[in-house]
Design a protein around this ligand. Structure first.
Ligand code: ADP
Length: 323
């Protein structure tokens, strides 16, 4: 193998740049030509491809976003679209691809790898942390720390006014950001997509707290919870708690931005390095995860969203510590 390509695809995540840097520099270390493909599969289709030097990735390890940009690409869902991508890679002489993205990007890579003989190595770049075969995904640690910082600030103002705050964090299918940031900020309740929450329990506990004059409460809600996000939860609670001064705060896209945390830079560097090693060793269509602090290589077709893994233990801790 002498020429490889790297792209970032799907939802962006802080730390993607650190992974790109690791891929480029490891490739160059091994004497490979490394090509940066802009805007994910979309840029691949449009031949928006540039050769990278060691210096092309200087000064980016600490930057959020992705210098390669990212996109969603309808055409790649079709066999014709993937054929076009293959032809461009062939023309360019690119013999292996590193895809940094979420499970959607990996599904695209699987479809491509079943049709063509260019090996694809996947690296999980997603703030949701909901990918099988890895304890870490690039961006989660930064996103959750951003959420913690924001919720701490909300608690200050909640405390000053004796208010109930319902804070919405990202997580359409996964509650990890809500769970981790909620526990770390002492939230009274956490609502996640993976578990049912009886609103009656929350109302009872808030009423009981009201009786003992504990009026400052924070409820962290993942955007994909069963009630449809923080605003809906607030509306339902207000019906039963007319006296509570409830406010809603939706953190939104700030969770995707900012300088990646140390942990995200480390795992991105490690995964990027091993992705290139995989291509050199001739590994075909695997995903590079980290499990119990060891590299874990999973066939791409087995990689999917991790679901329903929020344990009873965590929820019990939330309940006990928030009393
Ligand atoms: P993420 O990678 O963050 O989960 P998406 O689900 O949007 O984001 O996937 C990114 C891109 O991967 C899509 O825009 C599409 O080009 C490609 N892709 C996703 N699923 C498939 C699929 N089943 N077949 C082919 N391409 C896919």
């Amino acid at each position: 193998i002498s020429r490889i390509g790297v792209l970032t695809s799907g939802g962006d995540a802080p730390g993607m740049n650190a992974a790109v840097r690791a891929v480029v520099r490891t490739g160059i270390y091994h004497g490979l030509d490394v090509f940066g493909i802009m805007r994910g599969y979309q840029g691949l289709m449009e031949d928006d491809i540039y050769q990278m030097e060691g210096r092309s990735v200087a000064n980016i390890i600490q930057r959020g976003g992705t210098i390669l940009k990212t996109a969603r690409c309808k055409e790649f869902y079709t066999p014709e679209g993937r054929k076009k991508a293959y032809e461009i890679l062939k023309q360019r002489g690119i013999e292996g691809l590193v895809v940094i993205g979420g499970d959607g990007s990996f599904r695209g890579a699987v479809a491509f790898s079943q049709e063509y003989d260019i090996p694809v190595i996947g690296i999980a770049g997603t703030i949701d942390k909901d990918i099988y075969g890895t304890d870490f995904t690039i961006g989660f640690d930064t996103a959750v720390n951003t959420a913690v910082e924001a919720i701490d600030k909300i608690r200050d103002t909640a405390d000053a006014h004796d208010r109930l705050f319902i804070v919405e964090v990202m997580g359409r299918d996964a509650g990890y950001i809500a769970l981790h940031s909620g526990i770390a900020t002492g939230a009274e309740n956490i609502l996640v997509p993976e578990r049912k929450t009886d609103l009656k329990d929350i109302i009872n506990s808030l009423q009981e707290k009201e009786r003992r004059k504990k009026l400052v409460n924070i409820i962290v809600v993942a955007e994909g919870d069963e009630y449809g996000g923080a605003q809906n939860v607030a509306n339902l609670l207000k019906e039963h708690l007319p006296k509570a001064e409830a406010r809603v705060c939706i953190l939104g896209h700030i969770q995707r931005g900012g300088a990646p945390s140390c942990l995200d830079r480390l795992i991105a560097s490690r995964m990027g390095y091993h992705a290139v090693e995989c291509l050199i060793e001739g590994k075909f269509n695997v995903f590079v995860g980290i499990l119990n602090n060891k590299m874990n290589y999973v066939p791409l077709e087995n990689v999917g969203k991790k679901k329903g893994t929020i344990s009873e233990e965590w929820m019990k801790i939330v309940k006990i510590l928030a009393s």
